[in-house]
Design a protein around this ligand. Structure first.
Ligand code: HEC
Length: 124
């Protein structure tokens, strides 16, 4: 199909050529560059900052600042303790009576995720 066909009813709002160059100038590069910048920022982020981000899924049970709720208080626990506990849950080991609530949470965690969470929680 000829895309220059005046009868074409597809997307007419294409930003190509001059339009794309202007957009790139305004946005400090194209889409690939923007993605690279994002990845670099992520790689440069501290374990604490990454842990803070991951902690979003824990708030409902452990409180916005790790003060506890459905689950125990996590704020201020030593990073090594957090690592030990999360590693145990990930392995499906029973700790307290409600460990089953932590199994699905810990299962998808990588070692790095656990280290990041520990760094964040120890900082609270
Ligand atoms: C559905 C509620 C729920 C969610 C979501 C949840 N937890 Fe838990 N968590 C619990 C409960 C309940 C316990 C106590 C389990 C037990 O009895 O062993 C617990 C225990 C823990 C412990 C051990 C605490 C201690 O001192 O013994 C850690 C560490 C922990 N959770 C971290 C996390 C992190 C990190 C997240 C988010 C990635 C998270 N939890 C998400 C409910 C939850």
């Amino acid at each position: 199909m000829d895309r220059n066909d005046a009868d074409w009813t597809g997307n007419r709002n294409q930003c190509v050529g001059e339009c794309y160059e202007a957009w790139k100038a305004d946005n400090e590069g194209g889409i690939a560059e923007m993605e690279q910048v994002k990845q670099a920022a992520l790689a440069a982020a501290s374990p604490e900052a990454l842990g803070n981000k991951y902690y979003g899924q824990c708030i409902a049970c452990h409180g916005g600042r790790g003060e506890g709720g459905i689950g125990p208080m996590l704020a201020g626990q030593a990073a090594t303790d957090i690592v030990t506990k999360l590693t145990a849950y990930r392995a499906g080991q029973e700790r307290g009576a409600q460990s089953a609530m932590m199994y699905p949470v810990a299962k998808p965690m990588s070692d790095t995720d656990i280290d990041n969470l520990a760094a964040y929680l120890a900082s609270l």
